[in-house]
Design a protein around this ligand. Structure first.
Ligand SMILES: *[C@@H]1O[C@H](CO)[C@@H](O)[C@H](O)[C@H]1NC(C)=O
Length: 172
């Protein structure tokens, strides 16, 4: 009986707390869990105040990222970090339609794995989300794929790096 109730509570927590709570990935801002993530893995305490206390820096254990959840650090594979994840920048999404090149810009992929140099800007107040068919979204979800940097990645550099890769493969 007690176990059933706990399972129910857990289910409610999982549904409301994790799956449906929109995540606004922001760096350096005190979140509901009283910490401010400074990058993917590090955070400062807020101690009930609106500004992070920068006297002591904390770092998540290996394999975990700083999140908005009450437990602060969470498995990297389960939830995106609150801020600082740039691993998807310039990477074409699963159906090779587009890649986010910064928090607010995208580039079309036209069916290729490397983005083209046809780039666009998200409407004001929206964030590029490589998991969304809408390109740019008002609110991030746990499965959102965000290129968390201000300056857009250079498509020229991406192409150069890929050209290099092809050349190396060609020489083999
Ligand atoms: C995160 O920021 C802290 C403080 O600036 C720094 O010491 C740490 O190396 C950074 N970690 C990453 C993964 O960039």
């Amino acid at each position: 009986m007690v176990f059933k109730f706990l399972t129910f509570l857990l289910a409610v927590f999982l549904t409301n707390g994790i799956l449906y709570k929109p995540v606004l990935a922001v760096c350096n801002e005190c979140q509901d869990n009283h910490v401010a993530c400074v990058n993917e893995t590090s955070y400062y305490m807020c101690f009930g105040e609106g500004i992070p206390n920068t006297k002591q820096l904390f770092t998540c254990p290996d394999g975990m990222v700083c999140t908005y959840l009450p437990t602060i650090c969470f498995q990297r594979s389960t939830l995106p970090a609150s801020c600082g994840d740039t691993s998807s920048c310039g990477v074409c999404n699963a159906n090779q339609v587009f890649a986010c090149t910064s928090r607010t810009t995208f580039a079309f992929c036209f069916g290729a794995t490397i983005p083209s140099d046809v780039v666009g800007n998200c409407p004001k107040g929206t964030i590029c989300d490589a998991s969304s068919p809408n390109f740019c979204v008002d609110e991030l979800m746990p499965n959102s794929i965000v290129c968390d940097q201000i300056e857009p990645v250079s498509i020229m550099d991406l192409k150069r790096m890929n050209g290099l890769k092809n050349e190396i493969e060609f020489k083999k």
